[in-house]
Ligand binder design. Structure first.
Ligand SMILES: O=C(O)CCC(=O)C(=O)O
Ligand SMILES: [Fe+2]
Length: 361
């Protein structure tokens, strides 16, 4: 999430959804009303995304770890998503990040606007990925911050209220970083590769955090909390705050499936970068968020990606006659720039890396 200043884009006035909700609870301005095809239908959950028990992978007996590793492979291939339990991050840590995030969103607007997300950039408070005056808006307020490495941080955008915000985010991010490293080593094993196969790429990994706050909406049938997209990261760790409404939906066999929160679990999804590295074997799946009539929702999302200077493409071990090379080699920094300068639109951003003719591999 490198800041990409774009001087000339006009995005018009953007209503702050929390203020809108406070002042005119039943008004949905046109810019939030989705075209018919995009409106959320009332999804009835028909499936549950897989749940992986990390403790079984780490310290289970041979049978347990083998079973869990196969489940991990199936989750990444068929769902692109799983929930992880017994992940080693304690409940207090999960609650503390939710608490500071919520305290931040509950501050008066003038206070939050001290950290504005400038048009065309992706850090700070506001709405990200808005590039034109006629683009539909999400029913969401975001606070997005680059965390690692240090040069991507913009300290001016780190809130000073609540007072323990930065310290809490630092600690939380360090634990999530370790979790990502552990998960990547098991993902490598699930691909029958050496468990440090990805190490070179993630030595100086980029880590960014986005906190999404979705106020209730009187017409959840007309709006989206977050537009459909796939993540540009390698891995994403998504925490659905305790007590939040159900809101995350993933595209599975052309249906939007809600992700039912499992207490204290973290939702993990494969991002575009792992889809490319695995030559399409592991899928970066489209997802979106919907809103609720009376309940609000908070999610804390960590994006874990290779450092910008890394050149990447499908790993040679995963290219064969059955699975010819699907993606070209590219620089991850270029890809990140491409991602953050385009609106969220399903899996469109991955077109960047797709090989159009067989000859180009
Ligand atoms: O709030 C959610 O559950 C979805 C968040 C998400 O997909 C994102 O921030 O990229
Ligand atoms: Fe996402």
């Amino acid at each position: 999430m490198a800041p990409v200043p774009i001087s000339s884009i006009k995005i018009g006035h953007i209503d702050d959804v929390q203020e809108l909700r406070r002042a005119r609870p039943t008004t949905i301005p046109d810019r939030f009303v989705r075209d018919m095809a995009e409106r959320p239908s009332t999804a009835t959950p028909s499936m549950h995304i897989p749940v992986i028990d990390l403790s079984k992978l780490i310290e289970g007996d041979r049978d347990q770890s083998h079973t869990e590793l196969s489940k991990l492979a199936v989750s990444c291939e068929e769902w692109g998503f799983f929930q992880v339990v017994n992940h080693g991050i304690d409940k207090e840590m999960l609650r503390s990040i939710e608490k500071v995030a919520m305290e931040f969103f509950m501050l008066p607007l003038e206070e939050k606007q001290k950290y504005p997300m400038a048009p065309g950039t992706v850090q700070g408070y506001g709405q990200a990925f808005v590039f034109s005056e006629n683009q539909k808006l999400d029913w969401c307020n975001m606070l997005a911050l680059g965390v690692e490495p240090l040069f991507i941080r913009n300290p001016k955008l780190w809130p000073t209220k609540p007072a323990n915000f930065s310290e809490t985010l630092e600690k939380y991010s360090a634990s999530i970083r370790m979790l990502c490293q552990i998960l990547l080593s098991f993902i490598a094993m699930s691909l029958h590769m050496n468990n440090d196969a990805f190490n070179d790429m993630f030595g100086d990994a980029v880590q960014a955090v986005r906190m999404n706050y979705y106020p209730p909406c009187s017409r959840p049938d007309l709006v989206l909390g977050l537009s459909p997209h796939s993540d540009g990261s390698a891995l994403t760790v998504l925490q659905q705050a305790e007590g939040s409404s159900v809101g995350l939906q993933i595209l599975k066999d052309d249906n939007w499936e809600p992700v039912q929160p499992v207490p204290n679990a973290l939702v993990i999804n494969i991002g575009d970068t792992l889809e490319v590295l695995t030559n399409g074997k592991y899928k970066s799946v489209e997802h979106r968020a919907v809103t609720h009539k009376d309940q609000d929702r908070l999610s804390i999302v960590t994006f874990y990606a290779p450092s910008y200077e890394i050149e990447l493409g499908p790993l040679p071990e995963l290219i064969n006659d059955n699975r010819p090379c699907m993606y070209r080699k590219y620089n991850h920094g270029e890809y990140s720039k491409h991602y953050v300068t385009n609106k969220l639109q399903g899996k469109r951003t991955l077109e960047f890396a797709k090989i159009q003719t067989k000859l180009s591999c």
